[in-house]
Design a binder for this molecule. Structure first.
Ligand code: HEC
Length: 221
């Protein structure tokens, strides 16, 4: 073998090749991540009262959605139920809550849900426990609709009133083997919680929780 013989360099052992590849892959991933983050931010940004008035569908509707009827309808295209925002409906006797009023109610509900630690037993939007029913779509549960067991039991004629009564005295209106304890929730806190539960049910969660439609009509979950 002569002195100046060099092994032919293979691309697989070339440092230059690997450092360049690493550079490209990192750069491409960074751009992709930025685009995905921008898309996600767009998807999760809360809509406005105008969106609702103009029937513009947002994944997370404005708190003013409490002024409207929310139903859960099967979408053949997507293969699961999606929340549908319909006509105006009374929420504790009114359907003209301003965005600020609705936001104040929602905030009260969120703060109360944290103060009373609902997540210790329930799941909200994928966070929490499974000791008690998932609350993400509780507002849409037929048990709370006209003819459902909760309106009958609480002697009310609407979902909002039924929830208001239940939340203040859950131990009195038990419908499950496991009971919810009385958490000392005030009428004002309960109203905020009902607004929170209604707005949460209107969020398009891609059909999550998956088993929700299967338990329709049943009071035992
Ligand atoms: C210590 C556990 C516990 C905590 C904390 C708790 N719950 Fe419950 N909750 C339950 C249990 C158990 C049930 C099922 C019993 C029943 O409906 O009679 C229930 C039922 C419910 C229901 C009816 C669900 C349905 O789909 O029928 C709602 C609404 C509800 N809870 C809301 C709340 C809210 C809001 C909070 C926080 C302020 C909360 N819960 C805190 C245990 C809990």
């Amino acid at each position: 073998m002569s002195e100046d013989y060099k092994e032919p360099e293979s691309v697989w052992t070339s440092n230059r090749f690997w450092s360049r590849s690493a550079g490209w892959v990192t750069g491409f991933s960074a751009v992709l991540l930025i685009l995905l983050t921008m898309d996600t931010l767009g998807q999760i940004t809360m809509g406005s009262a105008e969106d609702l008035a103009n029937k513009v569908t947002k994944r997370v509707p404005s708190a003013s959605v409490i002024n409207y009827k929310v139903t859960y309808e099967y979408s053949a295209v997507r293969g699961h139920e999606v929340p549908v925002i319909g006509e105006k409906e009374l929420f504790f006797g009114r359907n003209d809550y301003s965005e600020a009023e609705a936001n104040a109610l929602l905030e009260k509900g969120k703060l109360t849900s944290q103060a009373k630690n609902c997540m210790n037993c329930h799941t909200l939007l994928g966070n929490g426990a499974y000791y008690a029913p998932d609350l993400t779509k509780a507002w849409l549960d037929p048990a709370w609709q006209a003819g459902g067991v909760m309106q009958g039991m609480t002697g009310t004629t609407s979902t909002d009133e039924a929830m208001l009564v239940f939340l203040q005295n859950p131990d009195k209106y038990a419908s499950h083997a496991r009971r919810m304890p009385n958490l000392g929730i005030t009428p004002e806190e309960a109203k905020g919680l009902v607004a929170f539960l209604k707005q949460m049910s209107s969020i398009d969660t891609n059909g999550f929780p998956r088993n929700f439609n299967k338990i329709q009509g049943s009071t035992q979950k």
